[in-house]
Design a protein around this ligand. Structure first.
Ligand code: MG
Length: 263
């Protein structure tokens, strides 16, 4: 059934022996994921985002990690896929959001008052009703000023049910929460979204940055994304910066911010 759904649905798939491993692995992960939150096995790590002109940290992105005592480290992409398929993404996403808001409050209390925290949001969270309400409630409980919270949404998410989530995002925008278009340039890019949606930040997908030094095409596209962002008055963050040459390129081309293992 899952294989058929992965192929777009409305088709049949003949079972073969090798699939049993995939299915049983998946079921095992799902089984343990159901208790991971209550067993306190999930962690949030914070990756700094750095201003290129000042070389100072401007904020952090909250990244979920799961080290299962039974299964070891599970790749985050797999965790998210299973959490989305089972609906566990809703409680887990809510927990991450609250952790992130509490974290940045503590950072502010230490005297770093301007730093923001970014949290990735899944389509499943957005389409379940009352997402905006959940966010407002967490902001109230933690006392965080909404302008220090940024929600990162991928373009593929938008394509699926743009009209449906638009009002949800506008509610959040109205209370002052910031929005970022994540993995920009990858997948279903549509420049029209930049016009219609309440976005503050563009995050250039890592795949552009990976080849920025060698590939002329990547350079050209990255330059254009930086320029579009600048003209629209958005922050532009280059994701996945790992090497000095990549950073040098971004400095030279006046990109706004960067994020990745280099820092
Ligand atoms: Mg992100």
């Amino acid at each position: 059934m899952y294989r058929s759904k992965d192929r777009g649905g409305n088709c049949s798939t003949i079972f073969d022996g090798a699939m049993i491993h995939d299915v049983s692995d998946r079921l095992e992960i799902e089984h343990h994921l159901r208790t991971a939150l209550s067993n306190n096995e999930l962690r949030v790590f914070y990756q700094p985002e750095v201003s290129i002109p000042t070389n100072r940290i401007t904020g952090f992105e909250a990244l979920l990690r799961w080290n299962s005592p039974a299964l070891g480290d599970i790749p985050v992409q797999q965790v998210i896929e299973i959490a989305e398929a089972t609906g566990l993404i809703v409680p887990i996403g809510k927990w991450v959001l609250k952790q992130a808001c509490q974290f940045i409050q503590r950072v502010h209390e230490l005297g770093y008052e301007d730093l923001t925290v970014s949290v990735n949001v899944s389509m499943v969270q957005l389409t379940r009703s009352e997402f905006a309400q959940t966010v407002s409630k967490i902001l109230q409980e933690t006392g965080l000023n909404p302008k220090y919270l940024r929600l990162e949404i991928t373009e593929s998410v938008f394509m699926e049910s743009y009209e449906f989530i638009r009002s949800e995002l506008e509610d959040l925008y109205d209370i002052g929460v910031h929005m970022a278009l994540d993995d920009f340039g990858k997948g279903y890019s549509s420049l029209a979204y930049l016009k219609f949606l309440p976005i503050h930040t563009l995050k250039i997908d890592k795949s552009f940055i990976d080849d920025i030094v060698q590939e002329n095409k990547e350079r050209l596209l990255t330059d254009q994304i930086i320029s579009i962002g600048e003209k629209l008055g958005l922050h532009v963050v280059a994701e996945g910066v790992e090497r000095d040459e990549q950073l040098e390129y971004l400095v030279h081309h006046q990109c706004d911010r960067h994020q990745g293992f280099i820092f």
